[in-house]
Design a protein around this ligand. Structure first.
Ligand code: PRX
Length: 655
């Protein structure tokens, strides 16, 4: 797919009427971008002024990448829940819709929640958290379905200064336990069950298993499906019981701009997932500003981001970005293909969605089902489309543009990461022409740089120039992650050591002669499966935990729908035989250890893994074989046993 991305450079002009919200034209973008890099403090002080501060910051930026110490707005005091909720009620917009909830089944009732109702419900929830004993600085694990109470739980934490750690509802009990332990969270907020495509997800039962490994002080449970769950006395509380009679007036805790807002676990090339820490002020300003400009926010519009709140996209563009702008955000519990392949288009029509933000993997899956599903619905409310999470291949881009956008509305292809807090590279709808497959231009304040493997700067940071290399960012921006929870050294090692003094993204990238950035995918041992980021090391660790597995090496390979699939080379313990049963068992095993998103696509049993004489697994060779690319295996003579390669190729060709 990467090759496809890189060969298309046709330009699709932005529609003439695009800018009516922020009115950001090309000239505006250029002037604002120049100002954002020439006078970052002046620029960001102005952006920050749109928020309510208890104490306005006088110090705007204060950061260094060597040594690593990142601060923004450091003497400012604010509360992001106040900015996302109360501020709009105070301004007389209490009756505006904040959240629209579209349930899994189109036959179940829709819920709409106004800003005034959100304020009441979040404040009550915050008081209920306090009643349970949750206090400022405590870590609260949120393992919730895609229901408004999930977003409210995040906001309720923010309101009282507790740090939320949302764990995606598709993760396994082991994954929950690992995250609860890592951030020493005493509290879990969950629901009886979730629903996806009419299947129920046993959230509370998963929490119970997790708690056997990682005990907590309290579990707060929302009733959602009404399914049967076990309640452990003293530890578990039904929300509706505990909140009964609780006051719905709860002041927002004044937070220092650099107080942590949340932890979100994400995969890297090595070890366990890292708890990336975002702080309050910079993240608030970054998500408010990026949402406003990238989606060209216009009051009264309905914004739908299809991500789950368990991922950073859900944090920034379901909850904090839209709500800080006073927008109406749609939350959808279901899946794109239930009850049929037109579910997304039906929801857009039903709620007259104006901005739709989804992942290429969903577009590819729906594209495969044909146009008739899209054509059944009136999509004329749409004004802007967005893409996020992985490179979008031009074929999918064109389908999205033509079938969904009827060739008439812009697409923003937004490149960013959990660590960046919000959008970093994108076109702006009223400012830039689009190139299918290219994310576009740096957002305000972002200084990308492409370097070779030795860290030599390719072309020039300021004048740009066409080149291809490893994507670094040379200056801090307000939404940047500040640390890895409990392990600042790992933060430094992971992001600032490969190319000293620069933030290294882990992505490869090409910049063309027009200064457009084309992300080519990860250059480390991270793979991107259906827009979900996964460390190959995590899947390997899960596999070797199985009693019959001796060694495993996991790589990504191109997959038509998922972008990348998971290819696992496995060696078994002496005396063990490969079989279809074992394949099924190991796939199930990985699902249980990590979650369904980590299910291996291919299990390739091999008597040994190709290693150098010093014992290092030659992943490059394994990647090429998984990609069916046998012509460019490179030098195999350094292998301890070069003859292994033929067997591996044969094994690959036979599947
Ligand atoms: O490889 C890039 C890819 O997703 C990675 C970040 O994953 P995560 O932290 O889970 O955040 C995903 C949602 C922001 C990046 O390193 N990626 C994300 N957006 C794009 C992308 N690759 C190409 N184009 C994008 N628009």
């Amino acid at each position: 797919m990467a090759a496809d991305v890189m060969t298309h450079e046709d330009v699709v002009a932005r529609p003439a009427t695009a800018a009516q919200g922020t009115n950001c034209t090309l000239a505006d973008y250029q002037a604002m971008y120049a100002r954002s890099v020439d006078d970052p403090d002046g620029f960001w002080a102005e952006q920050a002024a749109r928020l309510d501060w208890v104490k306005a910051p006088t110090k705007i930026s204060g950061w260094s990448f060597d040594p690593v110490d990142i601060k923004w707005f450091e003497d400012g005091v604010l509360n992001i829940c106040h900015n996302a909720v109360d501020r709009h009620v105070d301004a007389g917009h209490g009756d505006r819709t904040a959240l629209i909830f579209e349930p899994d089944s189109p036959d179940s009732p829709v819920r709409t929640i106004t800003y005034a109702e959100l304020q009441r419900d979040v404040a009550k929830m915050a008081n209920t958290f306090k009643k349970l004993g949750i206090a400022k600085g405590d870590r609260v694990t949120i393992y919730m379905p895609m229901i408004p109470e999930g977003a409210m739980a995040m906001l309720a934490c923010a309101r009282i200064g507790a740090i939320h750690s949302v764990v995606f509802g598709g993760f396994s009990p082991d994954a929950i336990a690992g995250r609860v332990e890592d951030c020493e969270s005493d509290w879990i907020v969950t629901a009886d069950e979730g629903l996806r495509g009419s299947k129920s997800i046993p959230l509370k039962a998963n929490v119970d298993i997790a708690c056997e490994k990682a005990p907590v002080k309290g579990v707060l449970v929302f009733r959602h499906t009404g399914g049967d769950v076990a309640m452990t006395e003293e530890r578990d509380h039904w929300y509706h019981d505990l909140s009964d009679g609780v006051d719905s007036d709860c002041p927002c805790e004044p937070m220092n701009a650099e107080d942590p807002l949340f932890i979100l676990y994400t995969s890297g090339s090595t070890g366990k997932p890292k708890g990336v820490v975002h702080t309050t002020g910079g993240y608030a300003v970054w998500t408010e500003t990026t949402f406003r400009y990238v989606f060209d926010y216009r009051p009264g519009e309905v914004f739908w981001c299809t991500a789950d709140i368990g991922w950073v996209t859900g944090h920034s563009y379901i909850v904090y970005g839209p709500l800080q702008n006073g927008a109406t955000a749609l939350m959808f519990e279901g899946v794109p293909n239930y009850p049929d392949h037109d579910r997304f288009w039906q929801v857009i029509d039903k709620h007259k969605v104006n901005v739709f933000y989804t992942a290429p993997t969903a577009i590819r899956a729906l594209m495969r089902e044909g146009e008739s599903y899209v054509q059944k619905h009136d999509l004329s409310s749409l004004r802007l489309l967005g893409s996020v999470g992985e490179p979008i291949n031009p074929e999918a881009w064109r389908w999205y543009h033509e079938q969904v956008g009827k060739g008439a509305i812009p697409i923003v292809d937004t490149w960013w990461q959990t660590e960046t807090g919000g959008i970093m590279i994108t076109t702006l709808p009223g400012a830039h022409d689009m190139k299918p497959g290219s994310a576009g231009k740096p957002f305000f304040g972002i200084c990308p740089q492409l370097v070779d493997n030795d860290g030599e700067v390719l072309a020039d940071e300021t004048i740009g120039g066409a080149t291809e290399g490893n994507l670094c960012i040379t200056r801090s921006w307000p939404g940047q992650a500040r640390t890895v929870y409990g392990d600042h050294e790992r933060f430094i090692q992971t992001y600032f050591t490969t190319y000293r003094g620069k933030y290294f993204t882990g992505d490869g990238c090409r910049r063309d002669e027009d200064g457009y950035y084309w992300i080519t995918g990860r250059v480390d041992d991270v793979i991107n499966v259906s827009g979900h980021r996964m460390g190959t090391a995590e899947v390997e660790s899960a596999l070797v935990l199985h009693a019959r597995v001796s060694e495993a090496a996991v790589v990504g390979y191109p997959h038509d729908i998922k972008g990348q699939g998971i290819y696992c080379y496995v060696t078994l313990n002496a005396g063990e035989e490969a079989s279809d049963e074992l394949t099924a068992e190991l796939r199930q095993w990985v699902r249980k250890e990590i979650g369904p998103i980590a299910t291996p696509d291919h299990l390739h049993f091999t008597p040994a893994l190709p290693k150098t004489r010093s014992g290092k697994i030659m992943r490059r060779i394994l990647r090429k074989i998984a990609e069916n690319d046998y012509g460019s295996l490179g030098d195999t003579s350094t292998l301890a046993d070069p003859s292994l390669v033929d067997g591996l190729i044969e094994g690959r060709m036979n599947r």
